[in-house]
Design a protein around this ligand. Structure first.
Ligand SMILES: C[S@@+](CC[C@H](N)C(=O)[O-])C[C@H]1O[C@@H](n2cnc3c(N)ncnc32)[C@H](O)[C@@H]1O
Length: 342
């Protein structure tokens, strides 16, 4: 009987990324198509970039564009379709081998030049660009983010008065009621088949959780803890301490803080923006949950005040050290929790 499935003996590896092993994929996490599939299928993400670029042909027509971290080349192709005179896409991952085939298959060979390498070390075929496009955002906006690279690209390659897509990012904060899930994820360690595993509870609590949160769990107004203007921000701005004040919208209990980010393409004609918050359509960034050691009781109108600080970890600058200090209703007693995203 003939098999209905594809026959694998026809597949002959012809370039490096086709012959990668699991160890290579571990070292080059962007090389596998799966991560790009997730990003491409995130229609909020990719659709927003498409709208910002394609619907703003008047900004792209005849312009040179640098795509920082081009991946499969999707943003480069949007820019070429929007009328850019030339696009340079750079990526340090082997996925760029596929991107080269993709741009050729779609007729962009003459308009898009791809460069394989780390932006920080590469030689680009054009010295100065009119526009930089990049999708650099990580969980909690800054975790494993490549914003430093985009800022470096701006300082080295963007013409004076050049544009950056997107150009504004905001990090927001709120408090949530999350009894059931906290029970499942944190308090679970108190009693594992009758044994005391509580040493892990403390570690689990300090590791922020990336997950989707329902809007009805949010019990305070949101608060903007950080706004980044990509045209002016410096690398040093990405290490920060910011105060917050969260006003309760109802009587309830608080089990965690919640963070998410909003992105704006401020230079577009009709401003393109999207949010990764609990009120918005799902994105692969979800939201980030920071469980508190004990439950907080709040009354409508009462404030939780405090500050959040965020810094790249000294030993591994892709990890984030986040500290949250808070007090309820003007009380003097403050709680501080050190979290680590890694
Ligand atoms: C979030 S993905 C975005 C891919 C693509 N632009 C898209 O929108 O689908 C970021 C890409 O940037 C690349 N990257 C990260 N840091 C880089 C650096 N310093 N130099 C060059 N490429 C980098 C990664 O390999 C990855 O493919």
């Amino acid at each position: 009987m003939e098999s209905a499935g594809p026959s694998t003996h026809h597949i002959v590896p012809d370039v490096t990324s086709d012959s990668m092993t699991s160890r290579d994929y571990y070292a080059d996490s962007y090389a596998h198509f799966g991560i790009h599939e997730e990003m491409l299928k995130d229609t909020v993400r990719t659709g927003s970039y498409r709208a910002a670029i394609i619907n703003n042909g008047h900004l792209f027509k005849g312009k040179t564009v640098l795509d920082v971290g081009c991946g499969t080349g999707i943003l480069s192709m949007f820019a070429a379709k929007a009328g850019a005179s030339h696009v340079v896409g750079i990526d340090m991952s082997n996925i760029i081998d596929q991107a080269q085939k993709i741009i050729e298959a779609n007729g962009f060979k003459d308009t898009i030049t791809l460069v394989k390498g780390k932006l920080e070390e590469a030689e680009l075929p054009i010295d100065q660009f009119d526009i930089i496009i990049s999708e650099w955002m990580g969980y909690f906006l800054l975790y494993e983010s490549m914003l430093d690279t985009v800022l470096l690209a701006r300082d080295k390659y963007l013409k004076p008065k050049g544009l950056i897509f997107p150009d504004t990012a905001k990090l927001l904060f709120a408090a949530i009621e999350d009894q059931d899930y906290k029970e499942e994820k944190i308090n679970f360690w108190d009693n594992v088949y009758g044994f005391d595993y509580s040493c892990i509870k403390d570690i689990a609590l300090r590791e922020p959780l990336v997950d989707t949160v329902e809007l009805k769990a949010v019990v305070t107004d949101p608060y903007v803890i950080k706004e980044i203007n990509l045209l002016t921000a410096t690398k040093e701005d990405l290490t920060f301490t910011a105060p917050f004040s969260l006003v309760a919208t109802r009587d309830d209990y608080v089990h965690a803080f919640l963070a998410w980010f909003d992105i704006v393409f401020d230079c577009t004609h009709k401003k393109v923006k999207f949010s990764t918050g609990p009120h918005a359509q799902y994105t692969h960034w979800k939201q980030t949950v920071f469980y508190t050691p004990s439950t907080i009781t709040i009354k409508k109108g009462q404030e939780i005040t405090g500050e959040i600080s965020c810094a790249p970890n000294k030993r591994n600058n892709r990890d984030l050290d986040i500290a949250i200090s808070y007090a309820v209703g003007g009380e003097e007693e403050e709680t501080t929790v050190d979290y680590k995203m890694y």
